[in-house]
Each structure stands twice: as structure tokens, then as C-alpha cells.
Design a binder for this molecule. Sequence first.
Ligand code: XMP
Length: 519
Amino acid sequence: MDNVLIIDFGGQYTHLITRRVRDLGVYAEILPFDINYKKIKETKPKAIILSGGPSSVYEDNSPNLSKDFFKFTFDNKIPVLGICYGHHVIMQILGGKVEQKQKKEYGKVNLKILGENLLFDTLGKEEIVWMSHGDQITKMANGFKIYAKTETCPIAAYGNEEKMLFGVQFHPEVVNTPKGNIILENFIFKIANCKKEWKMENWIEQTIENIINEVGSDNRVILGLSGGIDSSVTAILIHKAIGDRLHSIFVNNGLLRKNEHIDVQNTFESKLNFKNFHYVDAENLFLERLKDIEDPEEKRRIIGHSFIEVFEHKTIELEKTYPDIKYLAQGTIYPDRVETSATSKASAKIKSHHNLTLPDNMKLEIIEPLKDLYKDEVRRIGMKLGVPKEIITRHPFPGPGLAVRIIGPIDKEKLEILRDADEILIEEIKNAGVYESLWQAFCVFLPLKTVGTMGDYRTYEYICAIRAVESLDVMTANFAKLDMDLLEKIGTRIINEVKGINRVVYDISNKPPSTIEYE
Ligand code: XMP
């Protein structure tokens, strides 16, 4: 299958470039700029895109490539497109000059296209593009033609058709460059002649076949199923491949949303007919261990360790009956595995609480059928596989569950209050038809008592915060500007119906500087 290699220089849009290329029907993957050439050769790229990045090519130790890289692409007839920093890298290495701009150009600007070329094929003479860098090319290397300019940037795009090297100062991958997709299409199909082979149908068929071949006709697979989209789609794919030789373990850690443990059981046992769905009720164990624990990191640590312990215990028990359990399946997806330089710092933090590494002594081979997919691809696959809609559209829910939404120590009473409030919030948001437009919406329990009045009585009860955010990539999020009448309805219902809450507040913080969750 044809593939496009994205070389990462630390740009915030590296994953976005990859997704755009895949959405055009060609497989794309990311490698860091300092990867050794052997690895690049092994991926046999049909085209290469050099990403943007925050550095300046003229600085010491800035991320770079070597002349050999371009010899390799030329010898192998692999077209290269540099975007922003990538556009500077090509020029700098091949003899051009990049300098800091006097007048910086950020945001939407008017691009004037000079003459005809394949990269800008079918575009008008002027197009809006998105700029975001303080450097620009001031001298071209030999053999390159200027393809476009802007008011303050005389070399906003270039090409060297013989060497198949192209560069754009702006970002074609962002929605603020309205015709950006056409530029990427031109590069991938008209210049690199890639074939559209990245199709979800082919992927499903091929993956099921791979699972059958890998697992063989007798072995069994074990999977930790949370009911979230990644583990659910993994479960359904493997179930299609090997049927009830898949053993799914669902751990109720006592920190789930209202009725979640029942809903997940119903979905898999009744609707999807999973015979080997193993429900483990570990509520008491988790809550006992979390008693009086204040520190958020400590809560996460306890939850993570307890989960592994419970999971391992259940696996060992099952292995006694089914000695052919040889594989452990996981719902790892592409962004979990590939950290671009721009996201690795943030992901390192998220990872510390997200992804549990199961102990080596479990001696099971790992299978991760979704390891090359993005979340939206997992959703599309899920839809094609007939995964129930409520799973596909469900908001992300953190591994430590409601524990990160109760500030300070956790107990059953607080969990009940939070579950009841959260259920009302979600019900009203769904009724108002806005659930699917939100990245996440949830309630948070604030262990602060304030005064209120109910009938003739003064009350002294807890505060519930409502958090509803819109986000595309989780790295940034805006609080949702929910309708005031809807907020009023939610607040009134929570105060009237949930015993223990007499005040509801709406969180108006964006990420950054705040985070989505509270702990
Ligand atoms: P933050 O709060 O860092 O959240 O803005 C970003 C995304 O990650 C989820 N999240 C977690 N997921 N374990 C998880 O599995 C956690 O401890 C955790 N903390 C945050 C959060 O729901 C949001 O989607």
C-alpha cells in the first residue's frame, strides 16, 4: 500500500497533516527528524512531507536533515513537500537563506500564485492561506522556482520539479487555509502518484484476517474492556475474528458513572452476544484503598495498581480453566504510540495516568489491532462494524473515573451525589441536542459547603461544578457557550433532585491554562 511519510520537526500540526493525508485515502505515518535512514527506507515512502516546527533553521542545534537525505529522495524519486519549518529546512540545506522577518506575518493572508504548476493546480490566482512563523526565505537555492508570494513574504512557496522538492511557508493542513486540501491532494496524487488504498473496508477485512492468522485456531485472547470506544472496537473486531475465544474482563472499580456497569454488561452480553464477558465487581476493594486519600497523584497510583492487580488475578483464574489464553489485546491507538515532539511533553503527563502497562510476568503476547489508527478512524471502523451508537458517540471518560472529579477524599456518598448530578447534566444536554457537539460534559464534586435556602429552611450543602468543553485535539479546549436557559434548567434540576447539592456553578475556563479535568 502506498504511504506518505511525515517527518516531524516538532510542529503542533504534525498529527493533523497525517490525518489529512489519510482522509484523502493514503496511509500516512510519522517519524522524528533524527530517525536513522534505514528506518526511512524501510517504510518505502511514496512521498515525504516535512512538518512545521517552532525552531529557526539558522539557530545552532535546530532540528535538521542532511544533504544525503535529499540525495536519497532524489535517487529514489520520492517527492518532498516542506511545510513552514520544513520549507525552510529544504532551502537552508540546499544553499538558500532563511532569516528572521522584519514584519511578522501570522494568521490569514492573501497568497498570490505566480504562473502554473502542479502543486497549485486548479487554484485561483489568489487564495487565503494561514501563516504562523517568524522566519522567511530571503534567498533561493539554484534550480528552484518561486511559486507564490504574499504582501510581506516574497517566497511563500517554491518548487524544483526536476528534484521533486516543494515548499510552502503557510499551513495547507489547517482549516484556515480553505484550499489547503487541494494543495495536499495535488502533491499526493498529481506529483507523487499515490493510489487511494487506505480504505476502512479493506482495513477491517485485512485486520480480521491478521488476527485469525496470528491467534491461530485454538488460542484464546484476553482483553480489558472498559466500554470506551477503543477497547470496545478492539473487542468487537477480535470477537468477529475468533468468536468466544475472546475473554473480556470488565472491572467495576466503583468509580464509574451512573448505571455504567449495567449498561456495558447489557451491551456486550445481551446485544452483542459475548459469551465470555467477565464482570468483576471490585468496588469495595478500590473504595477501601482510596479511603481518606487526598492527593490526586496518589489516587491515580492506587487506582492504576489496583486495576492491574484485579485484572491479573482474574486472568490467572481464567487461565486455570483455559490454558490456551496466550494473547493480551489492548485498545492502543496511534496517538498513544506516536508522540510528536510538540505533544510529547503534554502526553507524558497524560500517559502517567492513562495507559497501564501490564506486568511482563503475565507472559502474554500483545495484540493491538488499532495501533495505527486515529480516534476518528476508530469511530468510522466502529460504525462499519455495527458498534452501538451510544459507545461510538460517548464522551471520553478518564481511566481513574469519577475519582478525578471529586476533589479530595472519595467516599460512596460523594460518588452517589456526583453520579446523580452527572446523569441529569447528560440527560439535559442530550435532550437539547448538543451532546455530540461537545468534546466532554460532566459534573465535578467540590467538597465545599455553602449556605442555601429551601422552603423555610437554611441548607448547608456541597457545590457541583459543571464542565462542558469543545475541543478537536484535546491539547486545547474552550468552555462551551451553552444556552443560558439550558444551564438554568440543569442547575435547577440538580439542586432540586440531588440531595447534598445546593449550589451549581458553570466553569468558564479554557485549556490552556486550565485543564479539562479537575485533578
Ligand atoms: P486534561 O484534564 O489533562 O484532560 O485536560 C485531557 C483529556 O484526558 C482525559 N484525562 C484522563 N484520562 N486518565 C485518563 O484515562 C486520567 O487520569 C485523565 N486525566 C484526564 C480527560 O478526560 C480529557 O479527555
